[in-house]
Design a protein around this ligand. Structure first.
Ligand SMILES: Cc1ncc(COP(=O)(O)O)c(C=O)c1O
Length: 467
């Protein structure tokens, strides 16, 4: 009899198998039954770098960079245009990640001065950086202009003057895009097209002509085109097509009064977090978007613009796995849910501070014991962290072997995007390190925090207590 607490989408599955739809490409179980990534075993990783630990399959990350770039470039080429890819660094940003992005020939999208600083410090040329943000400071704009970034995305009317004044002061001409709120909001498998969305990003389509005229009136701003980002973790193409068509109607109007060389359709392409997720493969997504753009341009009688995209999650997400050590375990009987309503609560040594997505977005994940295989029966489980919050959930619904025990290592796949980036020190937990594994070699990308790091910033402690 199915446990009444199990959601309909959760299928019973082989608890030792690693479904490559969710796990990084080099993940496998070795002869001892332990999970290896990049030919390095989970136990060895934890022994050397501590627990919990973010592990990035470098080969997987690099191949996703190449695959995504090729998918969009080929699709654009088939429609007689080109596609420039900006990796959305908010998904996962470290100096080595910037280098991988650079080596794969992609540009990078940053949305704060901090992200810009990392990209520049790691050697990404300004000409391959795009700057976003709805509230860029003059200092951030100044740094971007002096680095000659490829584009600054204008998010409000106020920013036109701000960027123009900084460019004037520096004696430069700055390329800009205008972020438009297309009224299309997409999430996973659905999208809504509303008259005007109630959210902070972008400007209304109806305001575009006036604002573009303003941009064009500044001799030190160069207008590249419109920008749209409709949401995240999107499984179907319809929302992208609807947004592109809405933008192209305005784009065609703007062509009557000047150049509009590009169109940037943002990121948001979905990935599988559980085996119930079925996102459209990225190559098909690219093909369908580029074809829809070309068809709309043909209908409008305008040339197909150069395209730009900003994928983050689809590159970084599936390449990452978080390793935890299991601590306390308890079976909770939920008496008002009928016979057999029991959930195994498996506590790990991290939680919402290393993965905020379940608490923020009710995101689902999956998990597997990493240090061994098991032939025990499946127990409906919930993986929880060690924070003082009942919403501190890492994996809401998963079957785990009923013999799971303290000190087992647990691996949670698809944590490469928006986990390290969103990590915090809540409850004064130290943030885990980030390591890359490839061909049996481990490289520490970001070292794990120590308690000393936490104490060092508290000036209420004497210096001797702080170090
Ligand atoms: C403007 C913009 N571009 C790109 C992205 C990347 O989205 P994803 O990682 O879902 O591809 C985001 C994410 O929030 C964004 O806000």
């Amino acid at each position: 009899m199915k446990n009444p607490l199990a959601p309909a989408w959760l299928e019973e599955h082989d608890l030792n198998e690693l479904d490559l739809k969710i796990w990084p490409r080099t993940a496998k179980r070795n002869a001892a039954g332990e999970i290896e990534i990049g030919s390095v075993g989970a136990r060895e990783l934890i022994r050397r770098h501590g627990s919990p630990l973010y592990v990035v399959d470098q080969e997987d990350f690099e191949s996703r960079l190449m695959h995504t770039k090729r998918a969009f470039s080929d699709a654009a080429q088939r429609q007689g245009t080109s596609a420039k890819l900006y990796y959305a660094s908010k998904a996962l940003l470290t100096a080595d990640v910037v280098r991988w992005v650079g080596q794969a020939g992609l540009s990078i999208d940053v949305s704060t001065g901090g992200e810009l600083a990392v990209a520049l410090a790691a050697g990404m040329p300004g000409e391959r950086i795009g700057l976003h943000g709805n509230n860029k400071s003059l200092v951030e704009i100044g740094r971007a202009v002096s680095a000659s970034v490829a584009a600054i995305v204008i998010d409000s009317e106020m920013e036109i003057e701000r960027i123009a004044s900084v460019a004037t002061a520096q004696g430069k001409i700055q390329a800009v895009r205008l972020r438009v709120n297309s009224g299309v909001h997409a999430h996973t498998h659905e999208y809504l097209a509303t008259a005007r969305e109630d959210q902070k990003f972008g400007i209304a389509l109806s305001d575009v002509p006036d604002l573009v005229a303003k941009i064009r009136s500044h001799s030190n701003l160069r207008f590249l085109g419109l920008h749209s980002h409709i949401g995240s973790q999107i499984f179907v193409v319809d929302g992208f097509v609807a947004a592109a068509e809405r933008l192209l109607d305005v784009h065609a109007e703007l062509l009557k009064t000047g150049d509009v060389p590009e169109l940037n359709l943002g990121g948001g392409f979905g990935i599988s977090y559980t085996n119930a997720d079925r996102p459209m493969p990225i190559a098909e997504m690219a093909e369908r978007i580029c074809a829809a753009v070309a068809a709309k341009c043909k209908a409008l009688g305008i040339p197909v613009p150069k395209l730009a995209f900003e994928p983050g999650r689809t590159i970084a997400g599936p390449a990452g796995v978080t390793l935890y050590t299991v601590g306390t375990i308890k079976d909770v009987v939920v008496s008002d849910q009928g016979a057999g309503a029991v959930r195994k609560y498996v506590s790990v040594d991290g939680g919402m501070s290393d993965n905020a997505r379940p608490a923020l977005y009710e995101a689902e994940y999956s998990a597997s014991i990493a240090s061994r295989t098991s032939n025990a029966t499946a127990a409906l489980s919930r993986v929880v962290g060690k924070h003082c919050e009942s919403g501190d959930i890492v994996v809401r619904h998963e079957y785990l072997p009923s013999d799971i025990a303290a000190n087992d290592l647990l691996a949670v796949p698809a944590t490469g995007a928006y986990c390290f980036s969103l990590s915090s020190n809540y409850n004064f937990l130290t943030r885990p390190g980030v390591v890359a594994v490839k061909g049996g070699v481990t490289k520490v990308l970001v070292r794990a925090e120590t308690e000393q790091d936490l104490l060092a910033r508290d000036l209420g402690l004497s210096e001797s207590m702080r170090d």
